[in-house]
Design a protein around this ligand. Structure first.
Ligand SMILES: [Zn+2]
Length: 455
């Protein structure tokens, strides 16, 4: 006993032309849970065969159509037939399609809008790129072949090639402007590094950031420095997609890297970026940690430590309120009490706290000095409900770059490979993967949180 799966046409004259797709064997023994329902291999076979039958029927349908000549409007007749092998999510199919020639003027036509040398469906292209953006090519290839009858993309190299091509298409896609202009937009840009596989170069610089409107809509962008992707163009496009218009107030944040400032200017963000609080706070945190680690085992050290901790807090408060352009006052005051830590013994792994404190404070000072023109009253901004920093961008960098490309993954990247994969990751985040790729299906219905977990 068993089943025969039959496809029956419903649109024809009721004759119910049908075709047997496959036999499914009967497994009666439900004492074993493994016998419950279809197996994966049956499901794959079923999908592949249904796909072949559907494609065969579509090809039969298409074969009887005769287009009018696009050049003179005359009648076309079949010139010859071409066999197309196309990879789909459910296996590779072979389609024989006619090519036409105009009887009057000799003009040639195919009567399809397929891209030239089309070897795969847009949906397969998108799924391959999507999986590859979330996991190493080798793993993505394994998942595809494990779950689907798709034959294309068996090798990681093929998958990489397809994914990078999607990245190129995404890079070339223009921004879709919203109908309403945005009142205000915040743009944040930051840079990070990944390991390079090029000889003579250990790291590649990656610029990432995001554009946010007051309404909370958010888009990310990214590019590898000195790749074929122009980061200024990407930022400009993100601003357009967010609804930048003549009256839009644009506020920029950067970590102070001068390269990013000039890139933002190139993208039309002419107002000086604000030094972001996140980077300042990170440096202050180092100083606070070192201060709290000061030893209290000699006379006078408890008092000195208390005074130093208070000084660092005061520095924090002054920068937060826009009252400090450097840390010179703090350094001066702390220098006066530092002598009691002379000869402080170092911790086995953490080093000498007083030395670390001094180094951290010097770093805060240097940083503030370099940023002095871009420091603002952060407290006032915060009270007004405005953004003070780019901790959001740190999260963006983490999602866009680190989860797939960072050092712990032990991966080395080519400039082009990293840049184009980054374009795919940005599109996934922005929900634009699949749109503009000749695909009518919905983007994969995963939330950002799920993506972050999957990545
Ligand atoms: Zn013609």
């Amino acid at each position: 006993m068993g089943w025969v799966l039959r496809l029956v046409e419903t649109e024809t004259d009721g004759a119910g032309r049908g075709v047997d797709v496959m036999e499914i064997s009967w497994r009666s023994d439900l004492r074993e849970i493994a016998n419950l329902g279809l197996t994966l291999s049956e499901a794959k076979q079923l999908l592949a065969r249904v796909q072949q039958e559907i494609v065969a029927a579509q090809a039969r349908d298409h074969a009887v159509l005769r287009p009018d000549c696009s050049s003179c409007g005359g009648r076309c007749h079949v010139k010859d037939w071409r066999l197309h092998e196309v990879a789909t999510l459910f296996g590779t199919v072979a389609v024989r399609l006619p090519r036409f020639r105009c009887v009057s003027c000799g003009h040639n036509a195919t009567y399809t809008n397929w891209p030239s040398h089309c070897r795969s469906t847009p949906e397969l292209d998108r799924i391959r790129a999507h999986l590859s953006a979330l996991m190493p090519y080798r793993v993505a290839a394994g998942v595809l072949t494990h779950l689907l009858p798709a034959e294309a993309g068996k090798s990681p190299e093929t998958l990489r090639g397809h994914t990078l091509r999607i990245g190129e298409q995404l890079r070339a896609a223009p921004a879709v402007r919203p109908t309403a202009a945005a009142l205000s937009i915040t743009v944040t840009a930051d840079s990070t590094f990944i390991r390079s596989c090029d000889d003579g170069e250990r790291h590649l610089e990656v610029c990432v950031g995001n554009v946010e409107t007051a309404g909370g809509s958010r888009r990310v962008f990214g590019a590898v420095a000195r790749s074929d992707t122009d980061i200024a163009v990407m930022i400009r496009r993100s601003l357009e997609a967010a609804g930048r218009a003549a009256g839009t107030r644009v506020t920029a944040f950067t970590d102070g890297c001068p390269g990013l400032q000039s890139i933002l200017a190139e993208a039309g963000v002419t107002k000086q970026p604000i030094a972001d609080w996140f980077h300042i706070a990170m440096r202050l945190q180092h100083a606070k940690q070192a201060a709290s680690g000061l030893s209290t085992d000699a006379p006078g050290r408890i008092e000195a430590k208390t005074a130093i901790i208070a000084e660092v807090e005061r520095l924090h408060w002054r920068i937060w309120n826009g009252k400090a352009k450097n840390a010179q006052v703090t350094l001066e005051r702390i220098r006066n009490v530092m002598h009691v830590f002379k000869g402080e013994r170092g911790h086995r792994t953490r080093g000498v706290a007083s030395r670390k404190l001094w180094r951290a404070l010097r770093e805060v000072d240097t940083y503030l000095h370099g940023q002095s023109a871009r420091l603002v009253n952060y407290a006032a901004r915060y009270r007004a409900g405005l953004r003070v920093g780019t901790s959001v961008t740190e999260g963006t960098a983490n999602f866009l770059v680190n989860q797939r490309m960072n050092k712990s993954q032990q991966m080395r990247w080519s400039r082009r490979g990293a840049d184009l994969l980054l374009q795919v990751r940005c599109a996934i985040y922005n929900g634009t993967l699949g749109s503009g790729l000749g695909d009518l299906s919905e983007p994969l219905g995963l939330s950002r949180a799920e993506l972050a977990v999957a990545a």
